[in-house]
Write a protein that binds this ligand. Structure first.
Ligand SMILES: Nc1nc2c(ncn2[C@@H]2O[C@H](COP(=O)(O)OP(=O)(O)OP(=O)(O)O)[C@@H](O)[C@H]2O)c(=O)[nH]1
Ligand SMILES: [Mg+2]
Ligand SMILES: [Zn+2]
Length: 360
């Protein structure tokens, strides 16, 4: 472990150049784990502990400036002790869970400098097209390549049904069917975990993220725990985010299960997630067609002809509404309204009782 260099962790010449402006006394580090108020970092001297420098938050009041797992930072290295983090270096990507609030206790950033995000979902009651679509939008927004990983294939007897649902929810996205019991799909997965890349596993608690990490690492690194049989929910076994260096030189981030991957913050992403609808919409008679009551609507047409699942349009409209809301309003100036919107959507989610593959 200790002969790894920060460059093995993805520290590039470009980052090095960025770091120059901060002087020579600080050294680069990559954040490999986030605990309550404490960080684990990788440096040229190995793995050690770090925490934010005393006035860091004062100097960087915006929540996006708080380092997260995968971030490159500059530290005043203290051998055998806790190194203060002085600066955050620019990110190539940042995966965020929901719009920033001023509630500092609730970290919104999931991971930084990520190349591939694996959406892990098991082929049981956990499967939710709606959730997959929300993850996708956030991933596209972050500029990260998504991959859909359908786990626990040994337990599913209707894999083709899940594959079809996955294809509808995530058109054009690579799908891997996998089992850490039979090892089906492990080779396919391993081939994607290449040197110098950083990948992240996200998904609900109990879908098998840590089991996957253990399987690709070939040893029991992360703890795993049984799920509740009645509703397939996990027990939130993983409690912190951990970046792990694999033998292949790929870096893998395991995260605690997130059942509710909340709303998207702003701008792009929705049209990429719903590329099928986006494409159809080009053929609508009206260029600003809302795919509601308009005539000659290509989207409605596709639904009528059974080429598009009507639930897709419902989800699309929901995400679009949120997107437009953020585009129109400056979030911080409209905090009250924003919270109301959150509650409305949350209420809608709770109203849905019968599971149909969509959970809001
Ligand atoms: N049958 C079967 N069970 C699996 C498979 N992968 C994981 N499991 C089981 O699923 C349960 C949950 O696995 P974990 O790896 O802890 O799930 P997780 O996604 O890390 O959960 P959190 O850390 O709570 O987010 C454990 O009992 C695992 O043994 C699989 O491929 N097949
Ligand atoms: Mg886990
Ligand atoms: Zn239309």
């Amino acid at each position: 472990m200790n002969n790894l260099k920060i460059t093995d962790y993805g520290y590039t010449d470009q980052l090095k150049e960025q770091a120059l402006q901060y002087g020579e006394s600080l050294i680069p580090a990559r954040i490999t784990a986030v605990f309550q108020g404490m960080y684990e970092i990788a440096t040229d001297y190995g793995i050690s502990k770090a925490k934010l420098k005393g006035n860091y938050i004062l100097n960087n009041p915006s929540e996006e400036m708080i380092p997260t797992v995968g971030d490159f930072v500059l530290v005043d290295y203290q051998e055998g002790s806790i190194s203060p983090i002085h600066y955050l270096l620019p990110r190539s990507s940042i995966l965020a869970r929901k719009a920033p609030t001023d509630n500092k206790k609730n970290s919104q950033l999931i991971g930084a400098n990520i190349d591939y995000a694996f959406i892990v979902t098991s082929m049981n009651k956990d499967f939710s097209a709606g959730r997959i679509e929300r993850y996708l939008t956030a991933i596209y927004q972050a500029g990260i390549t998504p991959i859909l990983l359908l786990s626990k294939s040994d337990l599913a007897d209707n894999i083709n049904e899940y594959l079809a649902m996955a294809g509808d929810a995530a058109p054009g996205v690579d799908v891997i069917c996998n089992s850490t019991v039979t090892m089906e799909g492990m080779k396919e997965l391993s081939e994607m975990l290449v040197k110098g890349k950083t990948v992240i596993f996200i998904g609900s608690s109990g879908v098998g993220k840590s089991s996957l990490l253990n399987a690709v690492a070939g040893t029991e690194i992360m703890q795993v725990n049984d799920i509740r049989e009645d509703d397939a929910r996990g027990r939130h076994t993983t409690t912190h985010r951990q970046l792990l260096m694999l033998d292949s030189g790929c870096m893998l981030i395991d995260t605690p299960g997130m059942r509710e991957f909340s709303l998207i913050e702003t701008g792009s992403g929705v049209d990429e997630t719903f590329s099928d609808i986006h494409e159809l919409a080009q053929q609508c008679h009206f260029s600003d067609c809302s795919h509601g009551k308009e005539i000659k609507c290509a989207v409605k047409n596709a639904i009528d002809e059974g080429r598009l699942d009507p639930k897709r349009l419902i989800q699309y409209n929901k995400q679009k509404k949120v997107e437009e809301f953020y585009e129109k309003k400056d979030y911080l100036k409209n905090k009250e309204k924003t919270m109301k919107k959150y509650f409305e959507i949350g209420r809608e989610a709770r109203k849905r009782k019968n599971y149909d593959g969509y959970d809001y």
